[in-house]
Write a protein that binds this ligand. Structure first.
Ligand code: B16
Ligand code: MG
Length: 215
């Protein structure tokens, strides 16, 4: 690959495991609407925008809703989610993430967030890592969700780095596709069986170093 000048990180499932809080909030909504929602169902919502997630959930429950009901359901779920994430602290940063961010900083590599979550800033503040980021692109700044490359292209633009010199870290298939669409090198976080399109896959950041990226 080209020289690495910037690293772009997804948030949920890469820096912190907020999927469990999204799951609790969606499950609460499903139960209130009278149907079950399993952890397996929740896999389909990873990396997917809030409204698209709601569409999938209602489809599972075979429930139809008009636009205003959809807005009300999404607001309800988000209020519960915000309540859960308000209790997060630095202990929820996934293993190895901080060491890797420090190594990037020490080597002059720029860092951006690339998340579709509208709650990203709250989470970064709560876990205390906002100062590592030279740019934060989140759901409040984009109009197209992943796999559209907008979130990563905006990150590169704000950092002033060519997309070809950017590396994306992502746990969701839609996010890997967004990185490919942006013309960036992609590192999947999780299982190679699921993230088949990534340039390389690592289980997590424990033991991850910049040298391992340059191989
Ligand atoms: P919010 P990411 C995504 O974040 C989550 O993976 C996805 O499950 C969630 O629905 C989406 O953010 C929207 O989040 O409701 O907080 O705006 O993986 O792109 O960091
Ligand atoms: Mg994610």
């Amino acid at each position: 690959m080209n020289e690495i000048k910037a690293c772009l990180f997804d948030l949920d499932g890469v820096i912190v495991d907020t999927a469990k809080y999204h799951y609790l909030a969606w499950k609460r909504l499903a139960n209130e609407l009278g149907f079950e929602f399993t952890e397996e169902d929740n896999e389909r919502l990873k990396g997917v925008s809030r409204m698209k997630s709601l569409e999938i959930l209602l489809e599972l429950g075979e429930i139809s809703a008009d636009d205003s009901a959809m807005e009300a359901y999404a607001a309800k779920k988000n209020a519960w989610y915000v309540e859960y994430i308000s209790k997060m602290d630095s202990s929820e940063i996934l293993p190895g993430v901080l060491d890797f961010l420090r190594e990037l900083k020490d080597n002059g590599i720029k860092i951006s967030l690339g998340s579709v979550s509208k709650n990203a800033m709250t989470i970064l503040n709560n876990v205390g890592i906002v100062e590592y980021f030279d740019a934060v692109i989140d759901g409040t700044k984009i109009t197209h969700a992943k796999p559209n490359p907008e979130v990563f292209l905006k990150g590169a633009e704000e950092l002033g780095v060519d997309p070809k010199e950017c590396v994306v870290f992502e746990d969701a298939q839609a996010g890997i596709e967004a990185a490919i669409n942006a013309g960036m090198y992609s590192v999947g976080i999780g299982s190679a069986d699921i993230l088949q399109k990534a340039n390389t896959v690592i289980p997590g950041f424990e033991g991850m170093t910049l040298d391992k990226l340059k191989l």
